[in-house]
Ligand binder design. Sequence first.
Ligand SMILES: [Zn+2]
Length: 373
Amino acid sequence: MEQQTVCKTFKYKLKPTPEQERELERVVMVCRWLYNTALEQRITLYRQRGISLTRYSQEAELKDLRAEMADYAAIHSHVLQDVLARLDKTYQAFFRRVRMGQTPGFPRFQGRERYHSFTYKEIGNGARLDNGFLVLSKIGRIAVRWSRPLAGTPKTVTLSREVDGWYASFSCVDVPKQLLEPTGQEIGIDVGLESFATLADGTMIHNPRYYRQAERQLKTAQRRVSRRKKGSKRRRKAVRLLAKAHLKVKRQRADFQHKVALKLVQQYDTIYHEDLQVANMLKNHHLAKSIADAGWSAFMSILSHKAACAGRKVIAVNPAYTSQICSGCGVVVSKGLSVRWHSCLECGTSLHRDHNAAKNIERAGRARRGEVA
Ligand SMILES: [Zn+2]
């Protein structure tokens, strides 16, 4: 029996009083101190004595730390534990990439601009909901703008500071699925460089035009920051505008991806796509391509989530040769990234390279599903 519920995150804007806002700021600041202190401790102990600290040994020290320092004592222990868990996660990711033969940047100290959230890892313990308010221990009752209903059971809540204010993200379990009626249709989908994606039926999904406009504004804002003197008031103002521009681009992108995912999920029972992780290892590291891939992977997680909610299937296939094989006859037609058109001399198939790839992905997916079933 397939599960009838999913996990889902719900994000809402908060309406803190100025006093609460100062408190939230303070918690973030202390969390950032802890993060940097714990990072320094790991580095120092390793350098001096070759000892690799674990998250748990650092966690065990929290009690003493809270006993000695009022700043730490004023913060719920779960919030502090989560800071150490975040640091540990960064370490794990670093070593995983090292093992894969990559050269990742070492976990770094967090500046004020980079660290802006904290988490209560258990609703009911330090954070709870009461009559539409979010009640945080030692901070108080914060008003929430409930832009849509919360579903399921909230387990954790993360408070984050964005350019335009504070937000709370609740991660919930047991969110009921909203199953869609089967349509009897399935589709292969390929990520593109010039278009956002191409479907096996030839439909091209283009990045919206307002992207370019927003990206131009982003560049202008970036140049403005670099022109201004470090530490100056004018520069700080420019940095703020840049952050706003970033946020705008980020939201536009998410909005567009949600809309595309919704359309696909409504129309198709099964969606096939290339396995991204494998694709990344196979393909050469073309810069534009890797940027497109980053957007694509965010999109895939949105799509997978919506599909799971609706009872649809999203299936990843092996990306080997999907762009090189002819979807008409199966011979290999080698082409570099710059060749945008697929023309087969064997069978005369002639179509856009991404369209050809999407067809191959769909075929590979169908074959795989045959194997699985
Ligand atoms: Zn052919």
